[in-house]
Design a protein around this ligand. Structure first.
Ligand code: 4AD
Ligand code: MG
Length: 513
């Protein structure tokens, strides 16, 4: 968009030059944009007494006979800029057309503000209305709306302070993830979205097909004949990029994927989405301990990056949550503020505990004995629920926990088997308020053991022949993990529901927008 608009405003003789302009000539492009300033820049106050152009959406308007005040926001920062002007310089009733939600372009001078609450303001000489917003219809008004209501208007919620903050933090976290791995020499690999294999073996996949739903072709057994489908086989949306990530790691040493993943599990919780983003590093020559070290360093880097680069938005969300906490009964209130919870991650080393030790702790815990857990822990082998994970983190260890060496029966086929024949080299990182934020493992690199496990679990070997071949040709010890991006976002923003940390959530019964 920007370059199209730019070119339109630039004299013809430069047009062909611009098409091929090397990067160093981009200054030239910026010069012609000079006058349109993002609000974040304008508020810094370096351009006092300059003529500038500001564009954005109206948050509030106050008008009296001699003066109009408009608070304008363009998403570059939480802060609005105050626009001040004398309505008598404009056509009669011009400002009656401007309400909360309208989009404006303002010409004016940036001046030091006389009023309280802002350093600078714009004295407008020209106001262009790009789009009006009828106050009888526009659903966002300058008051607090519930998060439930805002989910119903997810197309407009980025215009609120809360969602502006969340969108900005999401962006910074994406950037930080790429920065972390790039600086460590990991290569980013794109893995397929449509796949013919079930990476997690959980069977919770969304089918991809172009066969007619009413009368699909059938085979001799009377079942749908996928040989006549687009890919000539059964295909689904991927649940993880790991298996293809492993192929790359077994050539390039250290890689990571960062893509959308899809799970058709019908869990309507505050921590599950049907479509979420996952970061999956995969490293040749790493054992489980190296894997844990990387996971801990990575999470700490991301939390520190948020504190260093998103402070204004985090402070806003922290304040919002403090107000919400006050509504709760005393015993349910969080002991820490959002900022304290983030700093707590940086200050503590993650406790590393085997599954077996964790089961002992849980078996003998108060909530288990008093039957307060929804799922009671009575034997080794039980799958841990979020309530157990949170008990370990929040009540028992009071710091992030990495559980490892899980029973093989509750973990995926690809995890490296331990000598005891019962456990695998799996690890889950557990966080306060969230439970599992990372799941990973050392991978089974031994061909015979991997093949045996695939057979034991009744997985179709034909769909994984290529995966098995990497264990036949130049196999190597290797490890990796998956970080759920929205689980990270839940932790960093302190929001309570995963539907509020992704722009357009996909959950059972909900694929609007
Ligand atoms: O533990 P999971 O299922 O592990 C894997 O998919 C491995 N292939 C990862 C790997 O080793 N490369 O998922 C990894 C993480 C979880 O710890 C959680 O943070 C997140 O993905 N996650 C979800 N996030 C939101 N909604 C869901 N339905 C999620 N399921 C998993
Ligand atoms: Mg898991």
């Amino acid at each position: 968009m920007t370059s199209v608009r730019l070119k339109a405003g630039i004299p013809c003789k430069y047009q062909s030059f611009l098409k091929f302009a090397p990067l160093s000539n981009l200054n030239f492009l910026n010069v012609s944009l000079k006058n349109r300033i993002k609000i974040k820049e304008a508020l810094k106050g370096d351009l006092i007494d300059e003529d500038i152009i500001i564009k954005g959406w109206v948050r509030t308007k106050r008008e009296s006979k001699n003066v109009v005040f408009i608070a304008l926001n363009d998403g570059s920062t939480m802060q609005n800029i105050q626009i001040v002007t004398d309505p008598s310089q404009f056509e009669r009733n011009f400002f009656n057309r401007i309400h909360t939600g309208a989009c404006l372009s303002i010409n004016g001078k940036l001046v030091a503000s006389q009023g309280k609450g802002q350093k600078v303001e714009v004295h407008a000489s020209g106001v262009e209305i790009y789009g009006e917003a009828n106050p009888d219809e526009y659903p966002l008004q300058p008051k607090k709306h519930s998060l439930e209501f805002l989910r119903e208007i997810a197309h407009l919620r980025p215009r609120t302070n809360t969602f502006g903050a969340i969108y900005r933090i999401r962006h910074h976290m994406v950037f930080a993830i790429h920065k972390y791995f790039n600086d460590k020499g990991f290569l980013n690999v794109h893995t397929p979205i449509i796949t013919g294999s079930d990476a997690e073996g959980a069977g919770e996949m969304f089918r991809v097909t172009t066969l007619p739903p009413l009368n699909p072709p059938l085979n001799d057994e009377g079942k749908v004949n996928y040989e006549e489908d687009f890919f000539e086989k059964e295909t689904n949306l991927t649940v993880s990029g790991q298996l293809e990530g492993e192929l790359a790691a077994l050539a390039l040493s250290e890689i990571y994927t960062f893509g959308p993943t899809f799970r058709a599990e019908n869990s309507n919780t505050t921590r599950h989405l049907a479509e979420f983003w996952m970061i999956e590093p995969e490293m040749a020559f790493y054992d489980l301990e190296d894997n844990m070290d990387l996971a801990e360093e990575f999470l700490k880097f991301l939390v520190k990056y948020a504190l260093d680069n998103c402070r204004e938005d985090l402070d806003f969300l922290a304040k919002r949550q403090e107000e919400e906490e006050k509504q709760k009964p005393q015993n349910e209130r969080s002991e820490m503020t959002l900022i304290e919870r983030l700093e707590f991650i940086l200050d503590n080393s993650f406790e590393r505990v085997t599954y077996t030790d964790a089961i002992d702790i849980l078996k003998n815990s108060k909530p288990n004995k008093k039957k307060k857990f929804q799922y009671l822990i009575d034997n080794w082998g039980a799958d841990l629920q979020s309530e157990h994970e949170r008990f370990l983190v929040e009540k028992h260890f009071k710091k992030p926990v990495i559980l490892y060496n899980y029973p093989k029966d509750i973990k995926a086929f690809y995890m490296r088997q331990n000598e005891d024949d019962n456990t695998v080299r799996a690890m889950d990182v557990l966080f306060p308020g969230i439970g599992e934020i990372i799941g990973g493992s050392q991978r089974e690199e031994r061909y015979d053991l991997l093949k045996k496990r695939i057979d034991e679990l009744g997985i179709e070997e034909e769909s994984l022949w290529w995966y098995l071949e990497t264990r036949k040709f130049g196999s190597a010890p290797h490890s990796g993990f998956g970080l759920g991006f929205e689980r990270l976002m839940l932790f960093v923003t302190g929001m309570g529901n995963i539907r509020d940390v992704i722009p357009f959530p996909r959950t059972p019964g909900n694929a609007e927008f």
